[in-house]
Ligand binder design. Structure first.
Ligand code: DGL
Length: 273
């Protein structure tokens, strides 16, 4: 039995990843779930993010999915390892859960000429040190600087991302990052919400700095994964269908989601527990 690929985020951010998945891998079916009722995850404890993410993964498995992408850096940083190493043994050894951090760290160093990169993410992602640890495996001589940007997700979730009021917090976190090193020439938006702020962020960056978003990187990596794992590819249905679920209000989700996804969508409400 084949089923859609599950795509999960705390809220809307994962739609920026799904948009690229749909672009690069249009033949597959996808189910998106945003845990909007409990977002943001970025300031929550390890235990809470793990518990919420595990509930979401179980929900996807109940829908029949065999492959789930955690399209959320915070969930990838705080829950993925436990789920892969502990929970899958009980939930189904034939199922797979993948994140967004590993594929990003495999290529990020290639963008930098000065060998100095900045990681901007939620407090949860930054405090987990997942990026410096993973980057050290692929680019051992890379200098990695991190900056938590706790105000960015609320600005984005509340539709303030393109308003003048957002400028203050965009500039503040960029200044704090460059205070750590003037040599940074590559910045990763290590939160799937942040692409909505990309235009504003760019306007505050020196011209020589490359701003990297994750959608296309994750999509390329998934394409490669499915090619290398025909047994998983066979379990993914391919009619080009999409379904969207939220743990909060479906109408509110539809309105906001179209901004992140770039086209109108129809959403359904679901409870996870
Ligand atoms: N979009 C999620 C991420 O990539 C986090 C947003 C949140 O704080 O819930 O980290």
């Amino acid at each position: 039995m084949s089923a859609p690929i599950g795509v999960f985020d705390s809220g809307y951010g994962g739609l920026t990843i799904l948009k690229e998945l749909k672009k690069q891998l249009p033949q597959y079916d996808y189910i998106y779930l945003g845990d909007n009722a409990r977002a943001p995850y970025g300031t929550r404890s390890f235990e809470t993010v793990y518990e919420y993410t595990l509930e979401a993964v179980k929900w996807f498995f109940d829908q029949g999915c065999s492959l789930v992408i955690l399209a959320c850096n915070t969930a990838s940083a705080k829950a993925l390892r436990n789920i892969q190493q502990k929970d899958l043994a009980q939930l189904g050894t034939d199922k797979r859960v993948l994140g967004v951090i590993r594929p990003t760290t495999e290529v990020l160093g290639n963008f930098s000429v000065t060998n100095n990169v900045g990681i901007m993410g939620t407090a949860g992602t930054v405090n987990s040190d997942s990026y410096p640890k993973e980057l050290a495996k692929f680019f051992p001589s890379l200098h990695v600087y991190q900056q938590a940007c706790p105000m960015w997700v609320p600005l984005i979730e509340n539709g303030e991302y393109d308003k003048p009021g957002a400028d203050y917090f965009v500039q503040e976190y960029i200044d704090l990052l460059f205070k750590q090193s003037k040599d940074i020439d590559t910045i990763l938006l290590a939160c799937t919400h942040y692409p909505l702020l990309a235009a504003k962020i760019k306007s505050f960056l020196p011209n020589n700095v490359t701003l990297v978003t994750q959608g296309h990187i994750v999509a390329q990596s998934l394409a490669q994964y499915l090619q290398n794992h025909p047994e998983m590819d066979q379990k993914c249905s391919k009619t080009g269908a999409m379904a969207f679920y939220t743990t909060d209000n479906a109408l509110a989700f539809e309105k906001q989601a179209s901004i992140f996804f770039g086209q109108k969508i129809e959403a359904n409400h679901t409870d996870l527990v």
